[in-house]
Design a protein around this ligand. Structure first.
Ligand code: GLU
Length: 437
């Protein structure tokens, strides 16, 4: 993973909540709604003992936070990462509440995580850890309660184990308890690339405003995991010049751009990011400059896509960002004190709760298909995703124009309006006072 700048906020959740205050001024909702969103509904911490291949027991710590479920069951991924902590999981759950509201999905927000470096575990250890975590949280999740999904360093296979474990515990085959599953276990076509595809659709809408020619538009991508690869692939196929990419170990830069399918093939074959060009199974090394993750963020490109972890752009480096457009494919890559600096410097930010919402949107489609027992073609999934992304991109954009605010604030205004309406429908102080004799 990338190294964060030094002045990252101590409590990610409290920092994330600051976005609400700015948006509240435009949302026209009851202040009670804001108060409700400051407090996650349920947070649990569990210990997960796992028998390692050596025969020893290791105890891991896991979390599941349901931030809000006013608009529907909690929804959000589970990440495996050594730096997971409760404040981070609360922030991620809060972002899910806002993201599902921005996309008008019938879900609230949730998130989970296990403090573990999955690269140190064997496949069998990983399976035992995944199943044990579900044993610990089974009472807190369910298709109509809280529906997990993949996140950083988790994948369809892990989702499949988790769904299987939940089904064993409840003695009911329950595919709708988890999304992002392998296709043969009830996963949805198109889910794996959905986060990247959603971001790509946002860039295409923005392209109309900017009048860009993809062939002369340069892109740098920080993070070359599932979402980073998918957005790189789609942009490359469209003619965009991807001139820099990086992973947790560092990055590569080439002014003429990379052939993305070759990079993906080489990375997946060797687990290393290499500047290569592959043809007929043969890969040859290309000239490219090695750069650090920090250097990549500061490159003079048209579009910068952080697609790894939170807080990689903070007040320490925001002033050095030269890209004109920043598309947040990671959750929370920009700290709240960095946002005004970017705004001042005219960096146009397409915020995470919109730009990376393609993943949870196709998770919603997967949940619908599981519940209906009726499956869609990949074309249907992608077409429905396109319609959703377009509609909500324009709803956010229109709010940003009406109030003369940036896209991030506008996205929170839209989320607050929808969550506020649901909370108001349950009754506010004014309503109950009016009932007094
Ligand atoms: N982990 C993804 C996110 O942060 C997907 C969540 C989901 O599909 O529920 O949006």
């Amino acid at each position: 993973m990338t190294t964060a700048a030094t002045d990252t906020p101590d409590d990610l959740f409290q920092d994330a909540l600051k976005n609400l205050d700015e948006a509240f001024a435009y949302a026209e909702i009851h202040p009670e709604a804001l108060e409700r969103l400051r407090h996650p509904r349920t947070s649990i911490e569990v210990s997960i003992p796992v028998r390692m291949d050596s025969g020893e027991i290791r105890v891991f710590t896991g979390y599941r936070v349901r931030h809000d479920d006013t608009r529907g069951p909690g929804k959000g991924g589970i990440r495996f990462h050594p730096k997971v902590d409760i404040a981070e999981v609360k922030a991620l759950a809060f972002w899910m509440t806002c993201k599902c509201a921005v996309m008008s999905l019938p879900f609230g927000g949730a998130k989970g995580g296990i403090e573990v470096d999955p690269k140190e575990l064997s496949k069998l250890e990983l399976e035992r850890l995944s199943r044990r975590f579900i044993q610990r949280i089974a009472d807190f999740i369910g298709p109509d309660v809280d529906v997990p999904a993949p996140d950083v360093y988790t994948n369809p296979m892990i989702m499949g184990w988790m769904m299987d474990e939940y089904s064993k515990i409840t003695r009911h085959h329950t595919p709708a308890v988890i999304t992002g599953k392998p296709i043969p276990l009830g996963g949805s076509l198109g889910r794996n690339e959905a986060t990247g595809r959603g971001a790509y659709f946002c860039i295409k809408e923005h392209e109309l405003h900017r009048g860009w020619d993809p062939k002369t538009t340069t892109v740098a991508i920080q993070g070359f995991g599932n979402a980073g690869q998918a957005v790189a692939q789609l942009l490359h196929a469209d003619g965009y010049q991807i001139v820099a990419v990086s992973d947790s170990k560092g990055g590569i830069h080439r002014k003429e751009g990379f052939h993305i399918p070759s990079l993906i093939q080489a990375k997946n074959d060797s687990h290393r990011l290499q500047a290569v060009y592959c043809q007929n199974g043969l890969c040859t090394l290309m000239e490219a400059q090695s750069i650090s993750n920090q250097e990549l963020l500061e490159l003079d490109v048209d579009i910068l896509i952080p697609a790894a972890l939170e807080n990689v752009i903070t007040s320490a480096n925001a002033d050095k960002i030269k890209a004109r457009t920043l598309v947040e494919v990671a959750n929370g890559p920009v700290s709240t004190d960095a946002s005004p600096i970017l705004r001042e410097n005219d960096v146009y930010v397409i915020p995470d709760i919109l730009a990376n919402a393609g993943g949870v949107t196709v998770s919603y489609f997967e949940w619908v298909q599981n519940k209906a027992g009726f499956y869609w073609t990949e074309e249907e999934v992608n077409q429905r995703l396109l319609e959703k992304m377009r509609t909500e991109f324009h709803n956010v954009y229109d709010l940003s124009q009406i109030h003369d605010i940036d896209m991030r604030t506008a996205a929170y205004v839209l989320a607050l309006k929808r969550i506020g309406a649901a909370l108001t429908a349950q009754g506010t102080k004014d309503y109950f006072e009016a009932q007094q004799p």
